[in-house]
Ligand binder design. Structure first.
Ligand SMILES: [Zn+2]
Length: 116
């Protein structure tokens, strides 16, 4: 996986963790009354900030746009030649390039990654 894509995926994970901390839905699935310690929250926020510094501003802006539009699943898996975010068939050439490069789905704009 392209290291930039790995960083974006990690950033997404942090964003979802920090969102779940306050979410009632998350508490409803069995974490009711479990509160994240302020130490954890601070650590997660610090690590998240470190990650954002590693990402090109242009990519980061694109990430935020997609996160805002879809509320998550910004970096999605390619399934065979289909986008795992919007399920359209990708051009073969793109499905190959996403194995090594930073590539966005031409339909939904999400970042693509490929797992063997
Ligand atoms: Zn897509």
């Amino acid at each position: 996986m392209n290291p930039k894509i790995e960083t974006l995926r990690s950033l997404e994970e942090f964003d979802l963790i920090l969102r779940d901390i306050d979410s009632e839905d998350y508490q409803a699935v069995g974490f009711k009354g479990v509160k994240a310690s302020s130490e954890f929250i601070k650590t997660a926020e610090r690590e998240r900030a470190k990650l954002t510094k590693k990402i090109d501003p242009q990519l980061l802006a694109q990430y935020h746009r997609i996160m805002k539009r879809y509320g998550g699943r910004v970096v999605v898996q390619v399934i065979r030649e289909f986008c795992g975010g919007c399920y359209v068939k990708l051009p073969s050439e793109l499905a190959v390039r996403c194995r090594t490069e930073v590539v966005a789905c031409p339909n939904c704009g999400r970042f693509l990654f490929y797992v063997k």
